[in-house]
Ligand binder design. Structure first.
Ligand code: SGN
Ligand code: CA
Length: 731
């Protein structure tokens, strides 16, 4: 009986009692939907391709005109949303090599703990399976437009006959109808594949727009001059030169005609998935149009730039056709909310993982920090809170979504999150909230796909600064005078003070988020031994628990060599996992921890960390940057293992003499990281003195190369930390 009463009390004090007050959240999210393709944003396409259902969200709620992503590509944007963190901290930097570490704190996990029922349906694209959801059903990778497969919660796959956008909506509605627990508020993330490449329309939209010409965007024939980065012209995302006959232009089979205009090699894979009826509908829509193009080029009626214009029409119409299905399906969801009365207490948000080039700069795709792909649409309807017809200019970003949802759920926002709750921006949308940010930070980490050079930068209400590290170039844009970003004014003397000011903002933002080489997770897979060791460590970690975790570089690695005997004596009996890797810098440790060396079953009592001397030795990286790298490691461990004690060791002294510059640099790092200790979970110990002679020299008899301890050195080390480790681990 007593137990029962206790349980009821617990329910009342946690999520249950708040269920009624807390609104549901319907988050409708698409893939690559540019603002220009939502008529509420009022672009050149608004009249020819209206989106009435999306516009309805804006009309009954708010539209945000300065909404941006933090990294303009799929997986990374989604990871930013889930974690409230910039890419370098959530670890999902790019689509090619990243795997989302779902053991980190995400907003769905927290919101679920506070009593929300959570579900996600559709595109996920984060490699690992979703965590924090009561229900999920996701597309594998990019997913398919026709007759798509979905990964089920038991890891099996299920194929649904039909068109992807319709099916994702069906599945989301099905969940609402059959699985929703109406004693709880819900978070439903309905995430479309459309309008992602290869822009395959639904059967019912195959001839939509056939009888009209879509307006062309500014900059369709951009020449990449205007003092902009020389990397621009290396792109592989041009409408003129990088469209495939099959995949993009929807011609059947493998064409090889007119190779100066069309690439061959990738067929239309969606066609291959279609059933006979779908193929017939497809062929009857496309064949006449396709035949006409070939005839027109052959006869000389169409040549040069006109062919590019034709390609733009084919591209933009298919893209907008896929959006027509999105819009209709958003209409279905809104109708369901209306019909059931849920609309009143449900926040509806429409957004997309990033924007997209619809021919601006001659491009399709995204990645660049130029407006069209930096911008993320953001429409929100919140009856009773956001006045209908609100237009907001506040600078918002995808890292804000998580904190916002948590705030809506009346949950605490973890202090490590980079983003901020948008609630103040919703409540007083006419102007930016007090103390709001005046600039956003953006970073793209580079990938071979489409050959966009890595770059990062900041954007204020008026200016945009970009930095391209591979070429050392700065670009500066005045968005008021040059909204299409055709001219970089970084070298224009009239903008000298603006450049200096923007560079100051850039440095401040990077410092604020701790961005530098030391914090951007990095693998060393090109080194065979490192790759092998990493794989072995992942395997060892997956075998079972460990009680003592050692994290570091060659000095920690050395417990397996010069320190072996001492290790046997002190640590072998403590179920120890050694994650020391020769040559590693903070960024490599971060990568390893994010990529399998700390699986869920490893729950050490104590982690001993010593890292940073290679940031000094190999790069002479600034003390505050290396310290930020160490802090990032500590924060990652605090997030993943809140119960674990951390013993952070000051970096050992290096260099024979006390005044050795590298020694000094290590000391400066130590002075900064010492402050991380809270004496509760994080403890700091500097045992440098144990190694040094009275005059501060580092004796060869302990560290023969003035960097790595010998057996004697390892004995000194073990002796000096033993008391602390024993106390922390309760051994
Ligand atoms: C695929 C596309 C690219 C696109 C990336 C990233 N090629 O690789 O054009 O840039 O996805 O898109 S395709 O052959 O599959 O069409 S993202 O939305 O996942 O970021
Ligand atoms: Ca995308």
């Amino acid at each position: 009986m007593r137990i029962k009463i206790f349980a009821v009390a617990l329910i009342i004090s946690s999520g249950f009692s708040r269920a009624a007050e807390r609104p549901n959240i319907l988050f409708i999210f698409s893939d690559d939907h540019a603002e220009a393709a939502i008529s509420a944003y009022g672009s050149h396409l608004a009249k020819t391709a209206p989106t009435p259902n999306l516009d309805r969200i804006a009309k009954e709620g708010a539209i945000f005109h300065n909404s941006f992503c933090a990294n303009s590509i799929c997986g990374p944007s989604r990871a930013c949303i889930l974690t409230g963190l910039h890419s370098h901290t959530n670890g999902f930097l790019d689509n090619n090599n990243s795997r989302f570490d779902g053991t980190q704190t995400t907003f769905p996990q927290i919101i679920r703990k506070t009593g929300y029922q959570t579900a996600i349906v559709g595109k996920w694209h984060l490699v690992s399976n979703p965590t924090g959801f009561d229900y999920w059903e996701i597309l594998p990778g990019q997913g398919a437009y026709y007759n798509p497969d979905f990964i089920q919660m038991d890891n099996t796959r299920k194929r649904y006959e039909g068109y992807c956008t319709d099916i994702i909506t069906d599945r989301a509605l099905e969940w609402l109808k059959k699985q929703r627990d109406d004693s709880k508020p819900f978070l439903l993330m309905c995430q479309h594949k459309a309008p992602h490449r290869n822009w395959t329309p639904a059967p019912r939209h195959l001839t939509l727009f056939d009888d009209i010409q879509m307006p062309e965007p500014p900059g369709l024939f951009d020449d990449y001059g205007g003092n902009r980065s020389k990397t621009l012209k290396n792109h592989a995302m041009g409408i003129a030169s990088h469209m495939y006959w099959g995949h993009d232009m929807k011609f059947p089979g493998q064409q090889s005609l007119f190779p100066e205009h069309f690439l061959s090699g990738i067929a239309n894979r969606q066609y291959e998935r279609m059933n006979e009826r779908q193929k017939q509908q497809w062929d009857s829509a496309y064949t006449p149009k396709n035949n006409k193009l070939i005839a027109d080029i052959k006869s000389g009626k169409l040549k040069g730039k006109d062919i590019t214009k034709w390609k733009y029409q084919r591209y933009i119409k298919d893209y907008l056709r896929t959006i027509r299905a999105v819009d209709e399906n958003v209409g279905r969801m809104l109708k369901y909310l209306d019909d059931t009365g849920l609309a009143k207490n449900t926040i509806v948000i429409y957004s997309s993982d990033q924007g997209f080039y619809l021919g601006e700069h001659g491009w399709y795709d995204k990645r660049w920090m130029f407006e069209e792909s930096l911008a993320m649409p953001f429409l929100i309807r919140w009856p009773g809170t956001i006045p209908a017809g609100t237009e907001s200019e506040t600078l918002i970003q995808n890292i804000d979504y998580g904190p916002t949802f948590l705030d809506i759920a009346k949950a605490d926002i973890p202090s490590h999150m980079h983003g901020r709750s948008l609630l103040p921006a919703f409540k007083q949308p006419s102007r930016p909230p007090k103390n709001w940010r005046s600039s956003i930070y953006y970073a793209y980490y580079g990938e071979r796909t489409h050959q966009v050079a890595r770059h990062d930068g900041v954007r204020t209400g008026r200016h945009k600064l970009m930095f391209f590290p591979d070429t050392g170039e700065w670009n500066l844009f005045d968005l008021h005078k040059d909204p299409h970003e055709m001219q970089s004014v970084h070298a224009n003397p009239e903008y000298a003070s603006t450049l200096a000011e923007m560079q100051g903002i850039y440095t401040t933002q990077r410092n604020h988020f701790g961005v530098s080489d030391a914090t951007i997770p990095r693998a060393k897979m090109q080194q065979a031994w490192w790759k092998k060791r990493h794989q072995e460590k992942v395997k060892a970690a997956n075998k079972g628990n460990c009680d003592l975790l050692l994290i570091g570089d060659s000095i920690t690695h050395g417990w397996e060599n010069s320190g072996k005997e001492v290790f046997e004596e002190y640590y072998a009996g403590r179920n120890t996992l050694n994650l020391g890797f020769s040559g590693d810098r903070t960024q490599h440790v971060l990568w390893r921890l994010l990529n399998g060396e700390l699986p869920p079953q490893v729950k050490p009592k104590v982690a001993v960390i010593m890292i940073g001397t290679n940031n000094t030795g190999q790069a002479m990286q600034k003390a505050d940057e290396t310290a930020a790298g160490i802090k990032a490691i500590v924060e990652l461990l605090r997030d993943r293992r809140p119960e674990m004690k951390i013993l952070l060791l000051g970096i050992f002294p290096r260099g024979v003499q006390a005044h050795d510059p590298k020694r000094k640099l290590n000391e400066a790092i130590n002075a900064l990281v010492e402050k991380l200790a809270d004496q509760q979970h994080i403890h700091y110990l500097d045992i440098s003195k144990e190694f040094l002679s009275e005059d501060g020299a580092l004796p060869k008899s302990i560290m023969p190369d003035a960097l790595h301890p010998n057996a004697k050195g390892y004995r000194i080390w073990a002796g000096a930390v033993e008391e602390k480790i024993t106390a922390l681990g309760g051994w």
